[in-house]
Design a protein around this ligand. Structure first.
Ligand code: AHR
Length: 625
């Protein structure tokens, strides 16, 4: 194989935000995942107010448990728990967490709850129990006040347990109201109280993504319009954010998730902050007046669309407005007087049909008049390669949208076979955001899809095609991002978590290798002397260091060999990292580093580089000339 790179003929500039991440609260991605809250149904607001809670009543205990609604702690969460005990034994409740509560030995956890004592002088015992029933930590709260008050204490479990429980037990006779029971690790990301899971954010930070798309996905749309994601309900004090059923709370793939709700503890402010923390440009996607077309497809009449457009305009004010403005002041009150520098906005997720175009047009008109600086991203339906959705593109050109969001989930063969897809795209029209994609090892929407190396290589090959077409493709993100191993609805996913650990998939490492080796300017590249479909390559120049960054995917079971020829320049030094292994290999909780990038030597022979190609490998070579 010969790979020829032409440094004297530089091509397009690569968007510094080219490779990013797509976040959606699917697979327990937010509640039970990135949002580090460990108590499920903390405000008794689920339709079944006791979901996630269990009565603890030893044989000698005489007590009653009820859900009340008079004079609640927060009107947004009108229900709370009342415990009444005759004091003959402890009596109370346990919370099961999100498929258990993950605890680490010796680490600090902060419990916060709202209490009101109605009668007697009972104490409240707070305990952490391991899965096997052992007490890992316990303490008591006494001196309970007669009016609602917030109480807080720190717990340090004696042992690590992925599936612990939190117990709240009355000690002594009386009656107590309990609400908003919250347990967080103290060691959240940046130690922010009520913050995000540090190990999960670290995995994102380690990618160094160019942008973060949020909050979805289908949850933007909702199954019906009243269940759509509304960003204004997700800011302000956490206990004032109303609960919403999650779009993935249904029997998808025969995996029911009746306990899947959105607390919005991870809301729009936290998304913007996360973007800032990890150096990613924020990319919010908002509802365009249409519910998910895979569900009800409910439409808001055009005459009633204005509030949806106003929500979008107000989001710009919330993110970018001065701290003295109405929406900027809300941001400042949450702790961020400086603007978040929002530059782009998606209108709708996976929408199609003339109904979408009519609604999109009204958003475009309002934004061009009031916020011409914001780049608008339109949605190209669920499968842009499908001819049924192709008619959208001429409309997008007419409307002058800036970027079109294309999605694609397909078998790895599709990714290997379509690396030239964007070669023929119109250069004069809107740019492309390849906003959701993942190679499916089994088939589209299947419980058997795995994050195999073969899938990751298909994605890498396809990404070389995106890079070569950086003049038209300006951003791309794998989807979905996170999945909890005991609570997922969709697979494959970039990162798998349980209550204690994160597993980085081969697909994650492909994304990371692209993010870390983006390059600034495309360099024309040719592959010759090999069977079609076995070697895929792209090259870019790092304009700061002057290095040539070459990305090569080698598909095949036999080792290969590549001569790297640099047109008119001489290599002086080169280093490479390689991701390789068995095509069916995956990373697991037991063996999380089975497929991971490793450095390998490079031999320079005169003006050429001689590169052994491992079987089934993705290689990044950085060449100094
Ligand atoms: O990524 C999972 C889902 O796939 C997204 O919610 C949706 O946009 C797409 O259909």
């Amino acid at each position: 194989t010969t790979i020829t790179v032409h440094p004297p003929k530089p091509g397009a500039k690569i968007n510094p935000q080219m490779w990013g991440v797509f976040f959606e609260d699917i697979n327990f991605g937010a509640d039970g995942g990135l949002y580090a809250e460990l108590v499920k149904n903390r405000s008794f607001s689920f339709p079944d107010p006791m979901m996630g809670w269990h009565k603890i009543s030893p044989s000698k205990a005489r007590g009653a448990l009820s859900v009340q609604g008079d004079d609640p702690y927060a009107v947004q969460h009108p229900r709370y728990l009342r415990l009444q005990s005759q004091g003959t034994d402890v009596f109370g409740v346990a919370n099961e967490g999100f498929r258990g509560i993950g605890l680490k030995a010796g680490e600090a956890y902060r419990l916060t709850l709202r209490l009101r004592c109605l009668s007697g002088t009972p104490a409240l015992r707070v305990a952490l129990y391991g899965e096997n029933g052992a007490v890992l930590e316990q303490t008591e709260l006494s001196g309970l006040a007669g009016a609602w008050e917030e109480r807080s204490l720190e717990l340090r479990p004696a042992a690590t347990d992925p599936k612990a429980k939190l117990y709240l037990l009355m000690v002594g006779a009386g009656a107590v109201d309990i609400d908003f029971v919250s347990l967080f690790p103290v060691n959240t990301w940046k130690q922010r109280p009520g913050g995000l899971r540090a190990d999960m954010v670290q995995a994102l930070a380690d990618l160094r993504p160019g942008f973060l798309r949020f909050p979805g996905g289908c949850i933007v749309e909702g199954s019906e319009l009243d269940k759509r994601y509304q960003w204004k309900n997700t800011i302000g004090p956490a206990e004032q954010r109303p609960l919403l059923i999650n779009r993935w709370n249904y029997e998808f793939l025969h995996r029911p998730a009746p306990d899947y709700f959105q607390s919005f503890g991870l809301g729009f402010y936290e998304y913007f902050l996360l973007c800032e923390d990890i150096g990613a440009a924020p990319m919010p996607i908002l509802n365009c007046g249409m519910a998910c077309q895979f569900n009800s497809g409910e439409l808001v009449p055009l005459t009633d669309l204005d509030p949806f457009i106003q929500d979008a305009l107000d989001l710009i004010a919330f993110a970018n407005g001065p701290a003295t403005s109405e929406w900027g002041a809300k941001r400042a009150a949450m702790g961020h007087p400086e603007p978040f520098n929002l530059t782009m906005l998606g209108i709708g997720n996976e929408q199609w049909g003339p109904q979408y175009i009519e609604r999109l047009e009204r958003f475009v008109t309002a934004f061009r008049a009031q916020h011409p600086e914001i780049k608008l991203i339109a949605s190209a339906g669920p499968e842009p390669a499908d001819e049924r959705f192709q008619y959208l593109w001429p409309k997008f050109r007419d409307l002058g949208v800036d970027i079109v969001d294309e999605h694609c989930y397909a078998r790895p063969d599709w990714f290997f076979a379509n690396t030239h897809r964007y070669d023929a795209y119109d250069r004069a029209g809107p740019k492309v955001f390849f906003g959701e994609y993942a190679a499916q090892s089994d088939k589209m929407v299947s419980v058997d899809n795995r994050n195999t190396l073969e899938c990751a290589l298909g994605e890498a090959a396809y990404m070389t095609g995106l890079e070569r077409n950086a003049d038209v493709v300006v951003m791309a993100s794998y989807a979905p991002l996170f999945a909890h191993k005991d609570a997922w609805q969709w697979t494959p996913d970039l990162l798998w978590v349980d209550n204690l650990a994160v597993v980085r998939t081969p697909n994650y490492y492909v994304q990371q290798m692209f993010c870390h080796n983006r390059g600034d300017t495309v360099l024309p590249t040719e592959v010759s002397g090999t069977a079609p479909g076995t070697v895929f390559a792209s090259a870019a120049r790092d304009d700061v260091t002057g290095e040539i960054i070459l990305k090569i995917v080698h598909r095949g079971a036999a080792p290969g060999y590549a001569d790297i020829v640099l047109d008119a320049v001489t290599p002086v030094h080169a280093r490479q990292i390689v991701l390789s292994g068995e095509p069916g290999a995956t990373n697991t909780f037991a063996d999380p580093a089975r497929i991971a990038p490793l450095p390998a030597p490079v031999v320079i022979v005169g003006p050429k580089l001689s590169l052994p190609l491992k079987p089934n490998a993705f290689t990044v070579v950085r060449i100094k000339t």
